[in-house]
Design a protein. Structure first.
Length: 186
């Protein structure tokens, strides 16, 4: 997923041509159903950058053949880069929803530094009103608060402030901090 690094304005023009009409997004208990994905599919395919984008796996998703499905950063974290994701095919992701990293079901919502953000250059973010995206973020956050602090820390990305400002939009939804899991709106 992610790393549409050609820049916001490049993708704004590109998506405008591809998506003349708005499409619907809906939170489906454990994942975000996104009407743009079927004609976009950028975030599973080859990325502009070869910088690895980590996608942590939960303990229940680990098995001895993980490397058949993913490029692995370590024993419990997959990643994608300029090659795209190993599980991507011409027809989309070949994995069942339960086999996919949590990040895949959330995107373009991204859990970063304990809070929820939007990835700016996803067409769903560009064309969906922010109040709708905020509501979807809140639904996703409600689901994520059912995770343990250990799992949330594991799946949360650490991204420096400058990169966050360049590529992400904060939803002002905090899920955890040093004191534990707690849903807070800022
Ligand atoms: S999440 Fe966004 S960038 Fe990824 S395939 Fe769907 S619409 Fe495209
Ligand atoms: S696991 Fe599937 S949904 Fe996730 S990045 Fe890979 S191809 Fe895309």
């Amino acid at each position: 997923m992610q790393k549409l690094q050609k820049g916001f304005w490049h993708y704004l023009e590109f998506w405008r041509a591809l998506f003349p009409r708005r499409r619907a997004l809906r939170w489906r208990e454990t994942w975000l159903q996104n009407g743009y994905c079927r004609d976009c599919r950028y975030c599973c395919g080859p990325q502009d950058s070869n910088e690895p984008f980590p996608m942590a796996l939960l303990p229940g998703q680990l098995h001895s053949h993980l490397s058949d499905d993913f490029y692995l950063l370590n024993a419990d974290t997959a990643y994608l880069d300029a090659r795209g994701c190993k599980a991507d095919t011409d027809h989309g992701c070949r994995l069942r929803l339960t086999q996919r990293p949590v990040a895949c079901g959330l995107f373009p919502l991204v859990l970063v530094n304990g809070g929820l953000y939007l990835y700016k250059t996803c067409p769903a973010v560009i064309f969906t009103p922010l109040d709708r995206l905020a509501d979807l973020g809140l639904e996703a956050a409600g689901w994520l608060t059912g995770f343990s602090l250990t799992d949330l820390r594991h799946i949360s990305l650490d991204i420096p402030a400058q990169t966050l400002a360049e590529r992400y939009i904060s939803l002002n939804i905090s899920l955890f901090d040093a004191n534990g899991v707690e849903l807070r709106l800022g």
